[in-house]
Design a protein around this ligand. Structure first.
Ligand code: MN
Length: 237
């Protein structure tokens, strides 16, 4: 997923982009319906660009192994569901539906995660500005209060998960929520515009069990300009 496509995805709340017809996938595979071929997006910076806050080895493993696995898992799950439609055998529809949600969550959130970070001092760090800042101050009281809330949510995620800043479509409010795993605890009708991955694979090599140190360090690489772009894409502005 390219960056432009990702913004389109945010604004449309659905997958867009190239689709291919099942019939083109191979003569031996009976599928029903069109499928998107999800792809691992390139990182918008080199693996070592977020040093010293996030180390190069962690970034490389996280992007090239973990995120790739979610992309592969999502393609697999959607293909299996298309195959079930073609054959009429829905024996494993529950299994593949769960896999589709889990891996789609992983693909979406990691694409978001890479894009809302930037090298420290070169787009990363600092403070939110503009409309984003106005909405943060309106809905949380202050930028500091937002940071404390977000960091506490990240620290307290049970097991593997995320802290997320959502935009709620119904009333235009920003809200901080947790996600367990990569798709649980999200309400309907909201779109994440900022996320922090607190799975152990995101920080364990450098920070071991010190999740709080990782969260504190992460603010130095947040790309607030991109978060504002995400906000505007979701708002349609
Ligand atoms: Mn991750």
């Amino acid at each position: 997923m390219e960056r432009r496509e990702f913004l389109g995805l945010l604004s449309l709340l659905g997958t867009v982009g190239a689709t291919r017809w099942a019939a083109q996938q191979g003569q031996h595979e009976a599928l029903s319906g069109a499928l998107t071929e999800h792809k691992l997006p390139p990182l918008p910076y080199p693996y070592d660009a977020l040093e010293p806050y996030i180390d190069a080895k962690t970034m490389e493993l996280h992007h090239s192994k973990h995120h790739q696995a979610y992309v592969d898992g999502l393609n697999r799950a959607e293909r299996e569901l298309a195959r079930a439609r073609a054959t009429g055998d829905f024996t494993y529809v529950e299994y593949w539906s769960k896999k589709a949600a889990f891996n789609a969550g992983g693909h979406f959130l990691h694409t978001l995660f890479w894009n809302i970070m930037a090298p420290p001092g070169k787009g990363g760090g600092g403070e939110p500005t503009g409309l984003l800042r106005q909405l943060i101050e309106r809905d949380f009281g202050s930028v500091d209060a937002f940071r404390r809330h977000f960091a506490a949510a990240a620290l307290a995620v049970e097991g593997s998960g995320w802290a997320l800043l959502h935009y709620r479509l119904a009333d235009g409010r920003l809200l901080v929520l947790q996600a367990e795993n990569q798709h649980k605890l999200a309400p309907w009708g909201t779109v994440p515009i900022l996320g922090l991955d607190v799975w152990e694979h995101a920080y364990y090599l450098k920070y071991q069990n010190r999740r709080k140190d990782y969260i504190d360090a992460w603010w130095n690489v947040v790309n607030w300009a991109q978060v504002q772009e995400n906000l505007q894409a979701v708002m349609g502005k």
